[in-house]
Design a protein around this ligand. Structure first.
Ligand code: RFL
Ligand code: PHB
Length: 401
């Protein structure tokens, strides 16, 4: 087999890149480890920044999002019996976010790819990447017990945090930065009316909680839980009872509960691999970086990587400028680090670290610092604007000439 761009991973990064490249007439093949249904079964992000919304429109896959997605002009932070609304549009000169699930984005991209007749190889195992420092890279994988070779010009590693791409970059070439948090998020999805019409991020003495949604009839909630907790320990009833204790009292009083459709625990991590490129291999999205979900940045950073790689590869194929590929890592990492810092900051500010020392500071002092931080940033418009600017997402950077 032969293609121009071999894409590893059919998550949102791989599918969106494939769609954008195909629109420019750039041939690509996606190779995915699991089935399409398995990919769709993962319940993850729900909040899309304006930049990602625009990119989905550019890719021609925004019809359903524009019909069914909800534009949100604000989010709330709740703490100390207070509720502070961050008016995203007013504070940023009109920017908003779109509430539309990652599952739906993925489904729309899969359908568009199928309609365009583009190749996706599902259930491909043992993907290996070869010769990305040379002139003729290729990948190999196993499909139905047979070894397949896919020759290409470039490889896009869109295979998530546990994928094969990042591991291909030799240890002496890359640096990995990591912070693992001492808690996880237990998420629950249910066909119930959302607790409120905007997201509420809640800091409480019992730990963090988030009230989010997917539609007017589908809710998504999260609870901070110890890393030692197992999802089986949490009955639906126990989840709802704990959520009510952490939500603002008036919201808890009218909370609609019901059976869970999905329940899972995700650990929280900040992670960046530098550089995000090795010869003709580019790392995209979670393959290169992970953020804790508190800032709703993971999928959005993946989308900005895709935007950058798409612009670069378009220039390579349309203008014959092969040199511009060297800009990829630098451009992506500037935005990635902003997203990492914001997610880390929101996580520190909104969670309960218990008795764990944080950043070399004892837990009581750290929580005092964070309480002051939260009061300072929410008590005045400049502070709220700083939060709003980052929540709606920083602008995408253009390639240099
Ligand atoms: P994905 O989605 O992990 O997809 C990678 C794909 O690669 C495949 N793969 C392989 N394929 C071939 N060979 C191999 N060796 C392979 N290894 C892996 C996998 O099967 C998979 O299909 O990465 P991608 O595409 O970069 O997308 C990233 C996003 O999924 C992620 O950043 C977000 O979900 C993070 N995230 C959120 N981001 C936001 O922007 N806003 C949010 O509100 C938000 N909420 C969340 C989140 C992530 C969460 N979890 C569970 C981690 C909430 C949660 C709970
Ligand atoms: C979600 O709805 O899944 C969600 C929303 C906002 C976040 C994280 C997750 O910060």
């Amino acid at each position: 087999m032969k293609t121009q761009v071999a894409i590893i991973g059919a998550g949102p990064s791989g599918l969106l890149l494939g769609q954008l490249l195909a629109k420019q007439g750039i041939d690509n093949v996606i190779v995915e480890r699991v089935t399409g249904d398995y990919v769709l079964g993962r319940i993850r992000a729900g909040v899309l920044e304006q930049g990602m919304v625009d990119l989905l429109r550019e890719a021609g896959v925004a019809e359903r999002m524009d019909k069914e997605g909800e534009v949100h002009t604000g989010v709330e932070l709740a703490f100390n019996d207070k509720r502070v609304r961050i008016a995203l549009d007013e504070l940023t000169g009109g920017d908003t976010v779109m509430v539309y699930g990652q599952t739906e984005v993925t489904r729309d991209l899969m359908e568009a790819r199928q309609a365009a007749g583009l190749t996706t190889v599902y259930e491909a195992s043992d993907v290996q990447i070869h010769d990305v420092k040379g002139e003729a890279p290729y990948i190999t994988f196993e499909k139905n017990g047979e070894q397949v070779r896919l020759d290409c010009d470039y490889v896009a590693g869109c295979d998530g945090f546990h994928g094969a791409s990042r591991k291909t970059i030799p240890d002496d070439v890359k640096t990995e930065h990591e912070r693992v948090y001492p808690f996880g998020w237990l998420g629950l999805l249910s066909d119930t009316k959302p607790a409120h019409d905007e997201l509420i991020y809640c800091k409480t003495d019992r730990g963090f909680a988030l009230a989010s949604m997917r539609s007017p009839t589908r809710s998504r909630y999260y609870l901070q839980v110890p890393l030692t907790d197992k999802v089986e320990q949490w009955s639906d009833d126990a989840f709802w009872a704990e959520l009510k204790r952490r939500l603002p009292a008036d919201v808890a009083a009218t909370l609609e509960t019901g059976p869970s459709i999905e329940k899972s625990i995700a650990p929280l991590r900040s992670f960046v691999c530098e550089p995000m490129q090795y010869g003709k291999l580019f790392l995209v999205g979670d393959a290169a970086h992970i953020v804790p979900p508190t800032g709703a940045k993971g999928l959005n950073l993946a989308a900005s990587d895709v935007a950058t790689l798409y612009k670069i590869l378009t220039r390579v194929y349309k203008e014959g400028d092969k040199e511009c590929v060297t800009q990829y890592s630098e451009i992506c990492l500037r935005r990635v680090w902003h997203g990492e810092r914001f997610s880390w900051w929101m996580t520190n500010m909104m969670h309960d670290f218990g008795s764990v020392e944080v950043n070399g500071t004892d837990s009581v002092t750290f929580s005092k610092f964070m309480e002051s931080e939260l009061n300072f940033y929410t008590d005045n418009e400049a502070g709220r604007r700083v939060i709003a600017m980052q929540y709606v997402g920083l602008p995408y950077e253009d390639l240099s000439k």
